[in-house]
Design a protein around this ligand. Structure first.
Ligand SMILES: Nc1ncnc2c1ncn2[C@@H]1O[C@H](COP(=O)(O)OP(=O)(O)O)[C@@H](O)[C@H]1O
Ligand SMILES: [Mg+2]
Length: 263
């Protein structure tokens, strides 16, 4: 039985004055596991994930990564994790290679090591040919692939991905899925948020569904279907969140002033 590499207890985030974004979530992720966080827009997925790596300050609760209490061991934790988050924008006036060099230096890698990583990672995500072009000229799919390469520069044990395929066409999504699957096969723990059911079903060994700041159900895709007497994950989602994904994006965004403001 592999050990828990992420341990989260009673995690809470309240944005002032009283937005209860995350209302006490508890879960573990095992080393090498592909773990998915599902839920409608506004459920609290990004807030939770950002708290796991201290990009958002938690209101209360505890997060341990690789046995380390995150907020007391940030340097050690950041050596172990890579992240590609929804809100992190790419620098518009730098090339892929320049940004990767900068990130490598931030992680204190040696110059030769940085060059080797850049070569390997740009090949992995099929961006070698555009390594010296400004990332602002990239298509959506290329930017997502570059985000992924950048998050891997220091060879992390755990990868956090917030909606890695949002806004991509089916072909670009498949490409990203393939890359992430391979990383997981090589032993990397993956923690991903998504609101694509097919993505979750194809990729994730274990899933937690979140709604309105709490985890409403958790298990492998097969366990969830059995537990909720559903023929697929979409039906599980519908039964546990009362939310119809097809309308979700439109409805929730329109209703949520914070999400609307970011668009
Ligand atoms: N910086 C912020 N300030 C105020 N409210 C926020 C902020 N970030 C997120 N929220 C609110 O917290 C809730 C959860 O948001 P989020 O974690 O982004 O959900 P998800 O990623 O599941 O779509 C939403 O109601 C959202 O409007
Ligand atoms: Mg989000």
């Amino acid at each position: 039985m592999s050990k828990n590499i992420i341990e989260v207890k009673n995690l809470v985030k309240t944005y002032p004055p009283d937005v209860k974004a995350v209302q006490g979530v508890t879960f573990d992720v095992k080393e090498g596991e592909f773990f998915g966080f599902l839920g409608p827009n506004g459920a609290g997925k990004s807030t939770t994930m950002n708290m796991l790596v201290n990009l958002v300050k938690k209101t209360s609760g505890s997060v341990k990564i690789d046995g380390l209490e995150v907020d007391q061991n940030l340097d050690e934790v950041y050596k172990r994790v890579g992240f590609a988050m929804q809100e992190v924008g790419l620098d518009e006036v730098a090339t892929a290679r320049e940004m990767m060099q900068l990130h490598g230096r931030l992680y204190h890698l040696q110059p030769a090591e940085i060059d080797a990583q850049i070569k390997k990672l740009l090949k992995l995500v099929e961006l070698e040919k555009v390594a010296d072009k400004f990332t602002s000229t990239y298509s959506g799919g290329m930017r997502r692939r570059f985000d992924l390469a950048l998050s891997l520069i220091h060879n992390p044990k755990i990868l956090f991905l917030d909606e890695p395929t949002q806004g991509l066409d089916p072909h670009a999504r498949q490409l990203i899925w393939g890359h992430i699957k391979n990383l997981n096969k090589q032993g990397m723990t993956i923690f991903l948020t998504t609101h694509f059911m097919d993505e979750a079903e194809q990729l994730c060994e274990r899933i937690a569904i979140m709604d309105k700041g709490v985890i409403v159900t958790e298990g492998s895709p097969a366990e969830l279907m059995k537990k909720h007497d559903a023929k697929n994950l979409e039906e599980v989602f519908l039964k546990t969140t009362g939310s119809n994904l097809a309308n979700e994006e439109v409805n929730n965004n329109a209703a949520d002033p914070y999400i609307r403001a970011r668009q």
